[in-house]
Design a protein around this ligand. Structure first.
Ligand code: ATP
Ligand code: MG
Length: 394
């Protein structure tokens, strides 16, 4: 089928009142970004409360649809066929051919839905609906009309220059266009969870920056590359990400040397959160995002999360908090991060873990252990922040 344009559907609920143009402008911007990755020329316009993408010349249909399915805010993608207005008989011929191409199996119910933007068309919408319905039934007797819940809603849109025919709605990713909701800093490890967490917050319209803590030589260059790759997958949806890479080795070694080993993970995570918050404040991020999920590991019990959270004054978003692992894996497969996440390179959490970490840490005891670091930690903290390497992922 030769589709010459796409009609983009988005949820009405998000675009009430004066926020509408913000929503639409952000949507158009994200569509443009996504279509830059496709070969072909496109013209993207807002018309009558809808977004319309004209394909100018040759383009790759599958690639175009794939990329549009990464644009948050889109709920449906309708591929449109354009035909010239050469009288109703010719239009009926075009419509019958469209149905035949699009639905080789005719066992469907349908409804014709004419929209007349050009008011001087010789028939009104209702006449077009009736007459076209009749022609379809004559040509394809297996098809049946259902005006309440049709399998196929066949829209015929009569415009000034052309007539548009469409019926198929390819699902979009939903959510809100990135850029309508501020920016947050994702703590991105090489695991399964954090890329999914970033995806979920970006889906609500939030731009992302990210931070990765690595611990060379205990963690390898390949582990870092894995995080860069994961950030790239997430950026297909979220748009460009500034990925901060922080060398965490000295802090980690110091904690290992001075603090009880069953508290290592909690104390280490508290330092990650402190550094992340500093970076977030400097880069105008309004919150932190982690891939934590309640009860998944010792450091993700209510008590552990309370201890980790205690060092943060900015909101920490944990979109996976109530998810089971298999639910997280399903999303990670959907966004293509899973295969990369399960590559076996160690991240810095896994190297210094105790055999029996505390599962119910007491914040006062943790704080007391942290005083063992008081002579050295300020300097190590400062030096860690100075190692910040920013990799622009786009
Ligand atoms: P993930 O699959 O996201 O690695 P996890 O189940 O392994 O999560 P933890 O290792 O306890 O859980 O980490 C919890 C969260 O802390 C992660 O989801 C991530 O947001 C953050 N985090 C952990 N390690 C790092 C790291 N090296 N750099 C940046 N963030 C990290
Ligand atoms: Mg991890």
């Amino acid at each position: 089928m030769n589709y010459t344009s796409f009609l983009i559907k988005y949820a009405e609920i998000a675009i009430k009142g004066k926020n509408r143009y913000l929503f639409e402008d952000a949507l158009v911007k994200q569509i443009k970004l996504a279509l830059k990755r496709v070969e072909g020329d496109f013209s993207i316009k807002k018309t009558q409360g809808r977004v319309h993408i004209e394909c100018l010349g040759e383009y790759d249909y599958d690639e175009t649809v794939n990329e549009l399915q990464t644009v948050f805010g889109i709920t449906g993608i309708c591929p449109v066929v354009h035909v010239e207005d050469e009288g109703f008989d010719k239009l009926a011929e075009d419509v019958l051919k469209y149905i035949d191409d699009e639905y080789p199996d005719k066992n469907h119910t349908f409804k014709v839905n004419c929209r007349r933007a050009r008011k001087n068309y010789p028939m009104d919408s209702q006449e077009v609906n009736m007459e076209m319905g009749g022609r379809i039934l004559d040509a394809y007797p297996e098809m049946k009309v259902d005006v309440h819940d049709p399998d196929i809603m066949l829209t015929i849109e009569i415009r000034d220059d052309k007539i548009y025919i469409y019926s198929r709605i390819i699902p979009g990713p939903g959510g809100m266009p990135v850029g309508t909701g501020g920016k947050a800093l994702l703590l991105l490890s090489g695991g399964i969870d954090s890329p999914v967490a970033g995806y979920m917050i970006a889906k609500r319209g939030v731009k992302l920056d990210a931070v990765y803590f690595h611990a060379p030589p205990y963690t390898s260059e390949r582990a870092k590359q894995k995080v860069v790759d994961l950030a790239r997958y997430v950026s297909r949806y979220s748009g460009p990400i500034n990925l901060h890479v922080i060398n965490f080795t000295d802090i980690q070694l110091e904690i290992y040397e001075k603090c009880p080993h069953d508290e290592l993970t909690i104390i280490m995570r508290r330092y990650m959160m402190r550094i992340a918050q500093d970076l977030a404040l400097k880069s105008e991020c309004l919150g932190l995002i982690t891939g934590e999920s309640l009860g998944q590991v010792a450091s993700q019990t209510m008590q552990s999360l309370a201890a980790t959270n205690e060092v943060c004054s900015m909101p920490v978003y944990r979109p996976l908090i109530g998810f089971d692992k298999n639910e997280i894996i399903a999303i990670s497969n959907k966004i293509d991060t899973y295969e990369t996440s399960i590559l076996p390179y160690e991240d810095c959490c896994t190297i210094f873990v105790a055999k029996h970490p505390v599962t119910k840490p007491n914040i006062n005891i943790i704080k007391r252990s942290e005083t063992n670091l008081s002579e050295t930690i300020d300097e190590l903290y400062k030096r860690a922040i100075e190692t910040d390497e920013v990799i622009v992922i786009s």
